[in-house]
Design a protein around this ligand. Structure first.
Ligand code: ZN
Length: 436
């Protein structure tokens, strides 16, 4: 037996593997390795606790949340539009903000973030990930994309002013043609990416009829067409196929951004791991996704913010995906709205009519699958032996209380406690445990 092992005792526990709640489960933790040693159902109510045991009876215990779509370097667009954040904020400010964001996320119960694009911050997401992994700052386990892939001019900050060849920091790694995108994937792998993200489509014709809400610092034009800047594909089918093929060679998952139907179908046919957003879907697309095991990350929380009028339709599509058997992961596009509010994604899935137990599974096992499953090098999102010891406790029961997913009173990641009785555990208190 390893040293210092201890047991967490629970009275109500959600097990995503069995998609159900169970009574009187105890979990044995090895804090040295940061893993779960065992999880078992007790015969009866426990009467005696060991000196180092943790008593979470009276709370609802589950694996730590996984946010499958985040941007650590973004803060809420209600505070400042994305284009201005990328164009105007200093690298230092953005890193300081991200340091706060990841701490906030961890304390809200998010023990893993799949961070899909550094938003004009080069590969600094890799460095922030490593700073967390080295124990310098608290935060979720990060799986990062570095720059997303776009074709030439597909995803970047654009202004009408042009200084010495530079408009704004680059927001993507452009590649064209199968050879070009193959090289772009290889550059991402070399920079330290955990996941390859590409823009299957984007509203890339922004310079034609600059729409006010998408381009905050430009004057709008008079008499724009009804849809001044629609989603149009960035890559050909051949290019998308190559992105997936090359990522597979590197054993990395692929996330595809698709706002429109056309590019979504192309990306799914190319064999991507997950489809992000998918605001225009059909049964045909969902059937194709189900058949190929493609995960749907509908980013409802961001959709609600951008498209108050359209959110009902988007919720209905998500419900339909679930009915047709498409696998779901919960990723809000967090950063577009405030970090720490990620639970909104799960609340909206519930509002869409998806059963709570399936939503909790999407935010745990679904998240692990979207990180590549076994390809990511770890197991988390359920209570298996040798899984990472990522465990949270809610103060109330989500089956009765709609706000329960925001009421996180206990957070453990890798066997270390970061929040207890609703109070954050200081970095210093945890520091003695680091071996670096
Ligand atoms: Zn995003």
């Amino acid at each position: 037996m390893p040293e210092n092992i201890y047991t967490i005792h629970t009275s109500t526990l959600f097990d995503p593997q069995r998609k159900n709640f169970f009574k009187n489960v105890s979990i044995v933790i090895d804090p040295q390795a940061g893993v779960i040693v065992d999880a078992y159902q007790r015969e009866a109510q426990l009467c005696k606790l060991g000196a180092t045991d943790v008593d979470l009876r009276g709370k609802v215990v589950m694996p730590g949340f996984v946010d499958a779509h985040t941007h650590i370097f973004l803060h809420s667009y209600n505070e400042r539009p994305a284009a201005e954040q990328m164009r105007d904020e200093s690298i230092v400010e953005r890193v300081v903000r991200a340091t706060n964001h990841v701490r906030t996320a961890l304390l809200a119960g998010y023990t893993t973030y799949r961070d899909l694009g550094s938003e004009a911050m080069q590969s600094f997401d890799v460095n922030l990930r490593d700073s967390i992994n080295r124990g310098l700052i608290p935060g979720p386990r990060l799986f990062v994309a570095t720059h997303p892939l776009g074709s030439t001019g597909g995803f970047e900050v654009r202004t009408e002013n042009f200084h010495g060849g530079v408009r704004a920091p680059p927001a993507s790694d452009p590649g064209d043609g199968p050879e070009g995108v193959r090289q772009a994937v290889r550059r991402r792998v070399a920079e330290g990416a955990d996941v390859i993200k590409f823009y299957a489509d984007y509203r890339r014709k922004i310079m034609r009829f600059p729409p006010k809400q998408q381009h905050p610092y430009k004057l709008r034009v008079q008499f724009p067409p009804a849809d001044p800047n629609p989603h149009v594909p960035l890559f050909s089918q051949e290019e998308m196929n190559m992105i997936v093929q090359e990522a597979k060679l590197a054993e990395l998952p692929v996330a595809a951004h698709a706002g429109g139907f056309k590019a979504a179908m192309m990306a799914v046919k190319a064999g991507v791991t997950s489809l992000e957003h998918g605001f225009e879907t059909t049964d045909e697309l969902f059937d194709e996704m189900k058949q190929r095991g493609c995960i749907f990350v509908p980013t409802l929380a961001a959709a609600e913010m951008f498209n108050k009028d359209g959110i009902k339709g988007i919720l209905a599509q998500t419900k339909r995906a679930h009915e047709l058997g498409v696998r779901l992961a919960a990723g809000g596009d967090t950063g577009v709205f405030s970090h720490g509010q990620g639970a909104r994604e799960m609340e909206l899935m519930v509002e869409a009519g998806i059963p709570l137990n399936d939503v909790l599974t999407a935010c745990t096992i679904g998240g692990w699958e979207s990180c590549g499953g076994d390809l990511c090098g770890f197991k988390f999102g359920w209570f298996g032996k040798d899984n990472r010891a990522d465990i949270i406790a809610l103060d109330s029961d989500p089956r009765e209380d709609k706000t329960a997913l925001r009421r996180i009173s206990f957070v453990m990641k890798d066997g270390r406690v970061w929040k207890n009785d609703g109070i954050a555990v200081d970095m210093i208190q945890n520091h003695h445990a680091w071996d670096c």
